[in-house]
Design a protein around this ligand. Structure first.
Ligand code: 13P
Length: 258
């Protein structure tokens, strides 16, 4: 049984006081969540503070991006060593916003994912098609190409340390969620790609999260899908109340999935 993950991607939101408020409210709102892994990914400026607040909680810490080198003359960048140092367990890589606004290629995401695995950070690697790509029926080809480029040179052992997030670009921040069937179809497809490249055992253990307008009222139907192993939540993770509701919906869904 793959353990469900609910991860909150705060993107470029929250000052330190706002982050403290949100994390304290999340901690106060959570009860009995042993069946679900919970992660928050604050902006870099709030990570250290949030790390301190999460020390005595079940919530794990993640970052939203990193450079692939350990250290060096890379002005403005943050390394995997630094993320480990500050207490991160996860790092989101290849988010569509980074691919679109910062021109991140599959090749770059590949280097970053290798860097993460080397430092025992769990990369949450994002893939997903745009609206135009889906409307022209190319979504499977697009995701196949992203997958092949991103995991080039990975071994099955590396792959076992990875989480994938399917985030259709047209569903991010738009209020338009993929239907449970659309999500399941793509998640099953991604799992079949993992199987082709890395074998059955790796494929059946690999967690694939869905991201794109996840909210408290659509969480259960998404997580009830066979190949959906959790959610990467943007907007609804910014408010403690809705994030906790999503976690609770996931806990309920796990019970009915078992
Ligand atoms: P929304 O939940 O705001 O659509 O964002 C999804 C996302 O990009 C998570 O990484």
């Amino acid at each position: 049984m793959r353990k469900i993950i609910i991860a909150g991607n705060w993107k470029m939101y929250k000052t330190i006081p706002e982050a403290i408020n949100t994390v304290n409210s999340v901690k106060a709102g959570l009860h009995k969540v042993s069946d679900v892994e919970i992660v928050v990914c604050p902006p870099f400026t709030a990570i250290h503070t949030v790390a301190g607040l999460l020390e005595d909680s079940v919530v794990d810490l993640g970052a939203q991006d990193m450079h692939y080198e350990t250290e060096g003359a890379f002005t403005g960048e943050v390394s995997p060593l630094m993320l480990k140092d500050i207490g991160c367990r996860y790092v989101i890589l290849g988010h569509s916003e980074r691919r679109a606004h910062f021109k991140e290629s599959n090749d770059l995401v590949n280097k970053k994912a290798k860097g993460a695995v080397k430092f025992n950070l769990i990369p949450i690697v994002c893939v997903g098609e745009t609206l135009a790509e889906r409307e022209s029926g190319r979504q499977l080809d697009v995701v196949r190409a992203q997958f092949a480029g991103t995991f080039k040179g990975f071994t099955a052992e590396d792959m076992e340390k990875v989480v994938i997030a399917y985030e259709p670009v047209w569903a991010i921040g738009t209020g338009k969620t993929a239907t449970p069937d659309q999500a399941q179809e793509m998640h099953a497809f991604v799992r079949s790609l993992v199987q082709e490249m890395f074998g059955e055992e790796t494929a059946s253990g690999l967690r694939i999260l869905y991201g794109g307008s996840v909210k408290p009222d659509n969480t259960a139907e998404l997580i009830n899908q066979l190949d959906v192993d959790g959610a990467l939540v943007g907007g609804a993770s910014l408010k403690a109340e809705s994030f906790v509701q999503i976690v609770n919906a996931a806990v309920q869904a796990v019970v009915s999935k078992e």
